[in-house]
Design a protein around this ligand. Sequence first.
Ligand code: 8ID
Ligand code: ZN
Length: 356
Amino acid sequence: MSNIPTEQWAQVIEKSGYSPVIPATVYKKIPVAKPGPDEVLVNIKFSGVCHTDLHAMKGDWPLDRKLPLVGGHEGVGVVVARGDLVKEVEIGDHAGVKWLNGSCLSCPYCRQADEPLCPDALLSGYTVDGTFQQYCVAKAAHIARIPKECDMEAISPIMCAGITVYKGLKESGVRPGQSIAIVGAGGGLGSYALQYAKAMGLNTIAVDGGDEKAKVCKELGASSYIDFTKTKDIVKDVQAATDDGLGPHAVLLLAVSEKPFQQASEYVRSKGVVVCIALPAEAYLKAPVFPTVVRMITIKGSYVGNRQDTAEAIEFYRRGLIQTPRKTVGLSELSKIYELMEAGKIAGRYVVDTSR
Ligand code: 8ID
Ligand code: ZN
């Protein structure tokens, strides 16, 4: 433990809200926490910035979080200390700290590997301090194992964005050769969804807005791109993008906007599956009963992933099937990222480097 400092740089949310003029997150020095008996301390090198972190800062979800709070849940670094009960993680291992920081491992959900549903789940950067600091504590059982050959900067957003869309694709039940609409495809989750879907042999219909998002989506292998800001009839356009014109077999909803949640059940193919992943504040799902019934549509939620999903999503990356289109800045510049995110101007992901 001798090389571990007692103080470190962190971005701390001190109050709720959001204003580009007076950012709610403050870059300052705070004490380094000590890991408990079943925990590890990870020297975070890089962390992706997820739209969830912006929700946490604004406090716009119906879920309480701690304050003051260190946000962030896509952190990757090196294990520098471990509690007495930890046997399976070595000092020097590379590890990822995910949204699911810990769970009880004994409730009916945990026993069946639905750990994200654990009523006592600890959430990084929400109910416990997260990865926008240089040293982060996490439950040893839940850290992601990062192969040493993987670049820590590029793999960091897999810890949430990658795992979440990988799990969402599994939940959609689509099979190779089928088609999927990815709504919000040019954003953080979307840019991974396009790649995992392509690696699984799916045709992808990317939906997002603007030319920069179009470019990223095409580069990541989207079969077609529909600009929601330009289309006159999104239902017709999405359906027309499928080979037989009947619509995609599934839809992944990744856009932080209520409207697509109303539209998806209209353009998904009969017997298709709409997977809700984005969490726009105060939004409602609405679908007309008659066509939903007679077209046998499934609408479901999907929430991060379990430890096995994590290992699988990382393995796709390790095999070279997934890239991270990204911009990297210092941790000190976090508020600038929130401004761009709020304006919907981020194509791919922003990553922060905790050393600057
Ligand atoms: O486990 C989960 N369910 C989970 C995990 C991680 C993140 C859920 N999330 C949630 C986040 O909290 C957030 O609400 O998923 C949402 C998306 O996160 P993100 O990918 O990190 O956000 P982003 O990078 O800002 O991308 C959002 C994209 O949506 C597009 C934007 O242009 C942007 O590219 N978009 C919007 I806003 N409205 C759109 C619309 N009407 C749209 N794209 C198509 N149609
Ligand atoms: Zn996230």
